[in-house]
Design a protein around this ligand. Structure first.
Ligand SMILES: NC(=O)C1=CN([C@@H]2O[C@H](COP(=O)(O)OP(=O)(O)OC[C@H]3O[C@@H](n4cnc5c(N)ncnc54)[C@H](O)[C@@H]3O)[C@@H](O)[C@H]2O)C=CC1
Ligand SMILES: N[C@@H](CC=O)C(=O)O
Length: 402
């Protein structure tokens, strides 16, 4: 029995302009009828999944499914050739999408490919998809959400941003009522772990990075974490959800590779600290995005965020500021986010994505009122500061508005 009652997914509010073409980013509300969806199950039915990947997150998902009664049955686990020895293991993706019992394909692979191909093929084969892979999603957001929309299938990605924090779900909910005017926050557990270990325990950068890797926080290639590209992927996904349209523009990304203990000690003496942040601003139909190390007063909210924790804030025109805090990396919190998405599908409580016209990129929004440059180069945009940082090799930091 297929428990995916696609016709019962809530419809988005009427104020959204729903594009009719199949590439449009839409919600799972628009089910295209096919015979698979006619066999509608109930909430009590087991949701059957095929798991792609058996690393830190994949193992945690399998462990939790064995331990708790979530109403989810694990039918297959895709592993690399030569590693698929155990029960349920396969090295053939075709075995998963050709299994008519599989309702949802869960992607916890690393890197853009083969995830993009597998998500595409799963959706085209009529399977819902849950992914934690922000690199694959950010790079192919329009295409993949477009296919999900055209097929009337959920493509959920809570785990892709902020580990165990229910950020995407709440951002979608806020966007039902509010205009999302800004977002900022810490969205990388590895980077925050490193800065915190250096700041509070005097650890070296490399030593702290090794510990983050051993704890399962870092990406397979940790340069994505410390160079800001992992935050950039999460920023693209968050901005796309907030704007109701794929956020495709280039934007400045500054990493934390150059941070030293002595730099953090100097800041501490001034009553400040450093956090690696996503920065997003939007007014009317204009928006800007950036990733940068930000100098913060010690008493600020983000300065309290330690270890692998993340803290991300949205500002809506009605609700004002809403902040979300929790473990941003690690097998268990990320497994929780995946299981939450699967439970939303099983219980047919999928929050639809807002849909709107894409904003025009306006770099000037991250200047002046939005951010004040710290120390040097005041009154420049984040783009100009990023360029100068690359050219001079200097380490740039910014202070957020109070
Ligand atoms: N570790 C974390 O805290 C978080 C990770 N994520 C994302 O979740 C995904 C998984 O992360 P981790 O489990 O930490 O990564 P990982 O590197 O520990 O696991 C990835 C697994 O996929 C396997 N794999 C790669 N290509 C494959 C292929 N073609 N066929 C079969 N298996 C293949 C690898 O052998 C590895 O076991 C990544 O996309 C990551 O960005 C998201 C949130 C938090
Ligand atoms: N490498 C990432 C994992 C979670 O998204 C991080 O450290 O935040």
């Amino acid at each position: 029995m297929n428990p995916l009652n696609l016709t019962s997914f809530p419809r988005p509010p009427a104020r959204f302009d729903i594009p009719s073409d199949s590439q449009a980013i839409g919600s799972a509300a628009f089910a295209i009828p096919d015979e698979r969806h006619e066999d509608i199950g109930t909430e009590e039915d087991m949701l059957k999944i095929g798991l792609l990947g058996f690393g830190t997150v994949g193992r945690s998902i399998a462990e939790q499914l064995a331990e708790r009664d979530c109403g989810i049955e694990l039918r297959h686990i895709l592993r690399r050739p030569g590693k698929a020895g155990g029960p349920l293991m396969t090295e053939h993706f075709a075995e998963i999408i050709n299994d008519p019992e599989v309702d949802v394909v869960v992607d916890v692979l690393a890197g853009i490919e083969p995830s993009r191909t597998y998500i595409r093929e799963a959706l085209l084969a009529g399977k819902a998809v849950v992914t934690a892979n922000k690199a694959a999603l950010a790079a192919n957001y329009e295409e993949l959400l477009g296919i999900a929309h055209a097929k009337g299938l959920p493509l959920l990605f809570e785990a892709s941003c902020g580990g165990g924090i229910p950020w995407i779900e709440n951002l979608k909910k806020a966007a039902r009522i509010d205009r999302i005017e800004s977002m900022h926050g810490i969205l990388n557990g590895t980077g925050n772990f490193i800065l915190d270990r250096m700041d509070r325990f005097g650890m070296d950068f490399d030593e702290a990075l090794k510990e983050a890797q051993a704890l399962g926080y870092a990406e397979a290639d940790p340069t994505a974490d410390i160079g800001g590209f992992d935050v950039a992927n999460k920023a693209v996904i968050s901005a796309s959800v907030a704007c109701g349209a794929p956020f495709k523009d280039d934007f400045p990304v500054l990493g934390i590779e150059k941070v030293t203990k002595s730099f953090l000690d100097d800041l501490k003496r001034e009553g400040k600290t450093l956090r690696h942040m996503m920065l997003f601003k939007r007014t009317n139909n204009r928006a800007a995005l950036g990733v940068a190390p930000v100098v913060l007063p010690l008493e600020s909210l983000e300065a309290q965020v330690r270890s692998n924790f993340n803290c991300v804030t949205l500002e809506g025109d009605l609700v004002g500021r809403l902040s979300f805090y929790g473990q941003g990396a690690g097998g268990q919190p990320t497994a929780d986010a995946v299981l939450q998405d699967l439970t939303s599908i099983r219980t047919r409580r999928v929050e639809p994505l807002p849909v709107a016209a894409p904003p025009v990129y306006d770099a000037g929004l991250l200047r002046g009122a939005g951010l004040t440059a710290h120390g040097i180069l005041p009154d420049r945009t984040l783009e100009e500061l990023a360029r100068a940082a690359r050219e001079t090799g200097e380490f740039m930091t910014f202070q957020p508005e109070p």
